[in-house]
Design a protein around this ligand. Structure first.
Ligand SMILES: NC(=O)c1ccc[n+]([C@@H]2O[C@H](COP(=O)([O-])OP(=O)(O)OC[C@H]3O[C@@H](n4cnc5c(N)ncnc54)[C@H](OP(=O)(O)O)[C@@H]3O)[C@@H](O)[C@H]2O)c1
Length: 170
């Protein structure tokens, strides 16, 4: 068998088995970020984020990695960048979404955790979106692209005083 031809096939097969879920919190105006960080302090939402993502690979843009500043524990931290010199302790690097298929993943349920550039990049491939709808308005400089039209099915998963977690599927 020609091994050069079999490699892309193997990668394709692996990728098909992945389930891609985006997890994001946004305001009614779709704000998700401000000055490189989160515009709000919502400990309950961070707990929800931890509950859903623990034990799974998480994929983030290099700017979101910088805003967190360290690997999130009990998760496989994967960072997307164009900078081939970039590295950080506790992070695995990818340069394209397709590179995900080349990694040895801890689990096939992969969470895309932002920010806006990375949500937009993965949007067409996402199986579902878990969105914390923050009730209050917050000013910001980063927004979530429109996704609702292509994810018409919505269920409310959890409700809290300051936000509601909704699951959107295709
Ligand atoms: N509310 C939420 O749920 C939530 C979640 C996550 C993040 N955020 C917020 O969102 C903001 C950051 O979002 P952002 O959109 O500015 O940045 P981002 O998506 O986190 O990261 C952008 C970086 O990803 C890399 N990248 C983007 N497209 C790429 C491509 N096609 N190929 C390879 N690498 C690519 C580039 O890294 P290089 O420049 O290194 O090449 C780019 O600068 C922050 O304020 C953060 O706090 C909010």
């Amino acid at each position: 068998m020609d091994t050069d031809q079999s490699k892309p096939q193997q990668a394709q097969t692996m990728q098909q088995k992945l389930k891609l879920t985006a997890m994001v919190a946004m305001t009614p105006e779709r704000v998700i970020g401000k000055d490189g960080g989160l515009p709000w302090h919502l400990p309950e939402d961070l707990k929800v984020f931890r509950k859903y993502t623990t034990g799974h690979p998480i994929v983030m843009g290099r700017k979101t990695w910088d805003s967190i500043g360290k690997p999130l524990p009990k998760r496989q931290n994967i960072v997307l960048t164009r900078d081939t010199n970039w590295s950080a302790d506790g992070a695995e690097v990818i340069y394209t979404p397709e590179d995900l298929a080349t990694l040895k993943l801890m689990d096939n349920n992969v969470f895309i955790i932002g920010g806006a550039q990375v949500y937009a990049l993965f949007l067409d491939q996402l199986d579902e979106m878990l969105v914390s709808h923050v009730y209050e308005t917050h000013p910001g400089d980063t927004w979530l692209p429109e996704f609702e039209d292509t994810f018409p099915n919505m269920t409310i998963e959890e409700t809290y005083e300051t936000f509601e977690l909704r699951r959107y599927t295709r």
